[in-house]
Design a protein around this ligand. Structure first.
Ligand code: HEM
Length: 495
């Protein structure tokens, strides 16, 4: 065959290949037109490139401000379409009123146990059963019992802060809060006493640090070929880090067996204890009791759903108070008035309303769950919008929290936005830090208690102030709610 013929065939093959590739990536890009839903112009990557270029927070704010009067808009992550809901009544409809049509989250990856069994990932009836068994664990009475575990860990934190204050060193609040939050998790959910502030390289901290880092190289493989999960598993491929997960499971099993052996079961008042009780209580009801893997999974939740969120809110609240001495002073005046020298506990922190307003305002500005997602399990029409079966629905929490019509001057820290009067004047779905509806954050009350106990104790003894390393206003990373320049402050002792 002559050279030019070979070249021609190669060229034609290349053109065909590019054509097929583009068709595969764009085959459904007319979907929103068919659904009569507006959508920004797409490229062959859908809208993925927009998010990559501007980052998730800026993209959310810009798209939301462009489309909010249209109630919804269409979005493509490559070929995966999603309806983004901007209208707050429609948010309520999806999360609450028509919840049965949007029971699941959008996760397309099928994980292996125990990660498969964590509430965040469960679907349909399986989710309903586990949520109804675990829910009683988070009632006020039971959370109250867990408060002692928080209080014990706060003492270690105070000691650490005292050292920093005496040496005059600056501290990065996200790191400190992360270590503290992990110690509380070890204590409440794994039956361990660790002090990561003193010993950041302890085995539990190291393994927990590894377990939250999925194998990012494998994620696209699992997303593109979900049906081959069984094969990947046989080949030993796993998105979640296997060894750290095995260590955490062994730790839990050891604690469970020890409690059964020593007869201390039911007397330690931590989450693990309550799960063991929940397991027994459900033996008598019609529901299937929790399996051991499901028990493991519920303790793991604290690491996957509680660690990053708790440390984000704790660090930003303290950071924002350091940057706003007038608000910090008001929070400390409230503490002095209500508590005096008394150590904060479950009962007393209930009266710290201004502190709660500061925490809420920090969560408004930097919501750890900056986007909520659901999957439509049955085609449905709501308020003129058609949601086809299997459509992903996203709620842009960060953008809603920064909508100037709901929150004037949205980049300014103003805890007064959360007075009872101001709350009443706003749409109830304008503030969504813990999500909404039956699938909202199950740990919400425990999280608020832990935050109030910890922050009240810190502010009773110390005053966080800005320091040489403080950069304020802060700028967030493109994809994670964390300050690019850190959250640096200095700690000053109170008289
Ligand atoms: C300040 C701290 C926290 C914040 C801001 C937060 C926020 C959230 C958000 C936004 C969701 C999604 C809700 C939705 O889709 O409507 C969620 C779900 C969840 N959170 Fe939290 N969370 C926090 C702490 C915790 C803690 C300490 C736990 C520990 C138990 C926890 C356990 C969960 C679980 C299990 C879910 C999934 C619930 C389900 O699907 O049924 N969270 N959280």
């Amino acid at each position: 065959m002559e050279l030019w013929t070979v070249l021609l065939i190669l060229l034609l093959s290349l053109v065909m290949l590019v054509y097929v590739g583009v068709r595969l990536l764009t085959y459904n890009h007319d979907l929103f037109k068919k659904l009569a839903i507006d959508s920004p112009p797409t490229s062959i990557f859908g809208h993925f490139h927009v998010g990559v270029k501007f980052g998730v927070f800026q993209t959310q704010v810009e798209m939301y401000s462009q489309y909010k009067y249209k109630k919804v808009f269409g979005w493509f992550n490559f070929t995966i379409p999603a309806i983004v809901v901007c209208d707050l009544d429609l948010v309520k409809a999806v999360a609450v009123v028509h919840f049965n049509k949007f029971v699941n989250r959008s996760a397309t990856i099928e994980y292996e146990p125990p990660f498969r069994d964590i509430l965040l990932n469960l679907k349909g009836e399986h989710w309903k059963r586990v949520r109804s068994i675990v829910s009683p664990t988070f009632t006020s009475g039971r959370i109250k019992k867990m408060a002692t575990h928080v209080e014990r860990n706060v003492k270690n934190l105070l000691e650490y802060l005292r050292q920093k204050q005496e040496s005059g060193e600056e501290i990065e609040l996200k790191e400190t809060s992360g270590q503290f939050a992990l110690d509380v998790i070890a204590s409440i959910a794994f039956g361990l006493k660790v002090d990561s502030l003193k010993d950041p390289k302890n085995k539990f901290a190291v393994e927990a640090g590894k377990v939250v880092k999925p194998n990012l190289l494998l994620v696209p493989l699992f997303l593109l070929f979900p049906r081959l999960r069984g094969l990947f598993s046989r080949l030993g491929l796993s998105i979640m880090a296997k060894k750290p997960m095995a260590y955490l499971v062994e730790t839990l099993d050891a604690a469970i067996e020890e409690r059964k052996r020593d007869g201390t079961e039911g007397h330690i008042n931590d989450f693990l204890d309550l799960m063991m009780i929940a397991e027994k209580e459900n033996d008598t009801k019609e529901r299937e009791p929790l399996t051991r893997s499901e028990i493991h999974a519920q303790s793991l939740i604290f690491i996957f759903a509680g660690l990053e969120s708790m440390s984000t809110v704790m660090s930003f609240t303290l950071f924002l108070l350091a940057a706003h001495p007038d608000c910090r002073q008001r929070a400390q005046d409230e503490l002095d008035e209500i508590l005096g020298d008394q150590t904060p506990d479950y009962e007393t922190v209930q009266g710290l309303h201004y502190l709660e307003m500061c925490i809420n305002e920090a969560m408004r500005m930097v919501p750890p769950g900056f986007v909520l997602d659901r999957k439509c399990v049955e085609s449905t029409d709501i308020d003129g919008v058609h949601f086809p079966k299997d459509m992903i629905v996203m709620i842009p929490v960060y953008a809603i929290h920064h909508d100037p019509d709901l929150w004037p001057d949205p980049h300014t820290f103003m805890p007064e936005r959360f007075t009872e009067e101001n709350k009443r004047s706003r749409h109830p779905y304008a503030f969504l830090p813990f999500g909404q509806g039956p699938r909202n954050c199950i740990g919400m009350r425990l999280a608020m208690l832990e935050l109030k106990l910890t922050l009240a104790t810190i502010l009773q003894h110390f005053t966080p102030v800005t320091s040489a390393k403080t950069v304020y206003p802060f700028k967030l990373y493109k994809f994670i709610p964390r300050a690019v320049d850190g959250t640096w402050v200095k700690i000053v002792a109170r008289k």
